[in-house]
Ligand binder design. Structure first.
Ligand SMILES: [Fe+2]
Length: 275
C-alpha cells in the first residue's frame, strides 16, 4: 500500500541561506532592509524576516501598532532604542535580547546603532500596521502585567538570562519568556551546543518550527529531504511530520521559534499508512 500518511515530509521544508544572493535584500519602512526567510509564507500563516539598518542614527518612525496575532523580534547585532505603551521609558534592545510585541501595543523605534540586525517572526504573514497620532510615548502608566489581546509584553535581556535544558539532549537553551507571556501560543528560545552533538528529532505536529543559525553550524539529515548544512545567517522551517538527524558543531547558537510553545509530538498525527 502506498504511503499516503498526512505526516509524510512535504514542501513545507524551507531553507533560506544568507549568501545565496545579494538580491535577497529589499528596502522597506523607515530605511530598514529586509530579507525574507520564508518566501512561500506557509500558506499566508507566517512571515520571518532578517532586518538590518546599515547606517544607524535616529529612526524616521512614529507611534504605530500592528494587528498581528503573534510578533517577536530578536536582536542579532547592534542595538535599537525602543519605547512601548505602558512599559516605562525608552530602552535599548541589545544583541541577544528580544521583545514580544503583543497585538496592537503602541510602540516606536527611536534610534539604532549602525549595523543593527534583527530577526522578526510574525503570524499571520500579512497584517495591518496603523499609526497612532493620539498617544504620546512613553506613557505615564507602567503596567507590565497589562494584557494586549491576551498577551503580555516581554523584554528579554540576554545578560540576565539563565540556561537550562532543551527538548533534545546535549543542548542548552534559554527561554525568552515568550511562552508564558503568550499563554502557550508561541515560544522563542536561544539554543546552544558547547560540544559537537548528534540528536534525533522525531518530528512534531505543530504549526511552526523555525530555526535561525546565529553562530556555528548544524546539519540536518532528513532521509529523502536530503542532507543540509546550515551556517550562521541561514534559517529553516521544519515542517510537521518530518523526522531528522540533527548534527550541531561545537559553538552552535541558534534561535528557535515555535507555535505552539509546546510542540505536539508527531505520533499524535493520524497515519493512514498504518491502517
Ligand atoms: Fe512596529
Amino acid at each position: 500500500m502506498p504511503d499516503v500518511s498526512i505526516d509524510s515530509p512535504n514542501s513545507g521544508f524551507v531553507i533560506s541561506r544568507l549568501n545565496s544572493t545579494n538580491d535577497a535584500w529589499y528596502v522597506g519602512r523607515a530605511g530598514m532592509e529586509y530579507r525574507d526567510l520564508i518566501p512561500g509564507r506557509l500558506g499566508g500563516r507566517f512571515i520571518a524576516s532578517h532586518i538590518r539598518i546599515p547606517d544607524g542614527g535616529e529612526t524616521q518612525d512614529y507611534v504605530h501598532y500592528h494587528k498581528a496575532r503573534f510578533q517577536m523580534i530578536y536582536c542579532k547585532s547592534g542595538w535599537a532604542r525602543l519605547v512601548y505603551e505602558d512599559q516605562g521609558p525608552p530602552f535599548a534592545l541589545e544583541a541577544g535580547d528580544c521583545v514580544l510585541q503583543p497585538p496592537e501595543i503602541r510602540h516606536r523605534v527611536l534610534e539604532s546603532s549602525a549595523g543593527l540586525e534583527v530577526i522578526e517572526v510574525a503570524c499571520p504573514a500579512e497584517y495591518e500596521t496603523r499609526a497612532d497620532h493620539e498617544l504620546p510615548l512613553p506613557t505615564r502608566d507602567v503596567l507590565p502585567e497589562r494584557l494586549f489581546g491576551g498577551q503580555r509584553f516581554v523584554r528579554h535581556r540576554a545578560r540576565e538570562a539563565s540556561w537550562g535544558p532543551w527538548r533534545l539532549d546535549g543542548f542548552e537553551s534559554r527561554d525568552t519568556g515568550v511562552a508564558a507571556a503568550t499563554n502557550g501560543l508561541a515560544s522563542a528560545r536561544i539554543v546552544k551546543a558547547k560540544s559537537t552533538v548528534t540528536a534525533i528529532d522525531h518530528g512534531h505536529a505543530g504549526d511552526l518550527l523555525f530555526l535561525f543559525i546565529l553562530h556555528g553550524e548544524i546539519r540536518i539529515d532528513s532521509g529523502w529531504q536530503g542532507n543540509h548544512q546550515l551556517l550562521a545567517g541561514d534559517s529553516c522551517v521544519i515542517p510537521a511530520g518530518m523526522d531528522y538527524l540533527l548534527w550541531a558543531g561545537a559553538g552552535l547558537e541558534m534561535l528557535e521559534v515555535s507555535l505552539p510553545a509546546e510542540l505536539p509530538q508527531r505520533s499524535s498525527l493520524v497515519s493512514y499508512s498504518s491502517l
